[in-house]
Design a protein around this ligand. Structure first.
Ligand SMILES: C[S@@+](CC[C@H](N)C(=O)[O-])C[C@H]1O[C@@H](n2cnc3c(N)ncnc32)[C@H](O)[C@@H]1O
Length: 215
């Protein structure tokens, strides 16, 4: 999607993707996969997700988000007051363990950061149309080092039934995008007839999947 689309979503509070509660598959599965020395998480296209707070209890969290409204709202909604620094391309909102880099993901340079143990993708890959997903994953891979694991959540549904975002991303697409990486499908949730975050998607089948991907 074009950046204007997302800026307008935030300006008009059209944020049906935002989950008020923590992501259930994160809470259920993430603790099983953490290693003792893990300490850093990267969250691309993070919105104002409450999952950032979940990670920050134990990890240093670097988020990236296009919208300044989302970054401001994240701290405001959680009664936190961030320091705001400006770099060439990003405003950086920082408080405690959380740093949000506000600006375009595709301009964020992985070599500006120490390696990440985890990358958390909830509603980032599936927010992009097919032609942008390969571009997104190509850039995401620059953040994947030898010990980085990606905690990836996708949705699958009959794509023709709605105009995205979100977009349906099948297992075979995940396998294609991350060819050469170790991919484990850990869990699925059948959400048919249930809301996806704040939205009721008018689709006949809706399945959420969790993959763990290793470099
Ligand atoms: C579907 S939302 C998901 C947000 C968050 N991951 C969550 O779970 O609530 C996608 C987010 O990606 C952000 N986004 C879109 N394009 C971006 C880009 N090029 N760089 C950084 N963020 C972007 C949007 O502003 C939006 O907040």
């Amino acid at each position: 999607m074009k950046q204007d689309f997302w800026h307008q979503c935030w300006e008009n509070t059209h944020i049906g993707f935002h989950q008020d509660e923590l992501q259930p598959l994160l809470i259920e599965y993430f603790p099983q996969f953490i290693e003792a020395e893990d300490s850093r998480v990267f969250v691309p296209c993070c919105g104002k997700s409450s999952d950032l707070l979940y990670f920050s209890k134990r990890f240093k969290v670097i988020g990236n988000e296009l919208s300044a409204i989302a970054c401001r709202d994240f701290f405001h909604d959680n009664h936190l007051i961030p320091n705001i620094k400006q770099t060439l391309r990003f405003n950086v909102f920082e408080q405690g363990n959380i740093s949000l880099y506000q600006g375009d993901f595709f301009s964020l340079k992985s070599d500006s950061f120490k390696p990440f143990d985890w990358i958390y993708d909830r509603a980032a890959l599936i927010a992009f149309p097919e032609d942008m997903r390969s571009q997104y994953v190509a850039h995401l891979k620059s953040f994947i080092q030898s010990n980085t694991r990606v905690f990836l959540l996708t949705l699958e549904f009959p794509q023709g039934e709605i105009i995205g975002p979100p977009f349906s991303v099948t297992q075979s697409e995940v396998e294609g995008l991350f060819q050469g990486y170790e991919i484990t499908k850990v869990a699925t949730r059948d959400l048919t007839g249930q809301k996806f975050a704040r939205r009721s998607l008018p689709v006949s089948k809706l399945v959420e999947s969790l993959y763990i991907i290793k470099g």
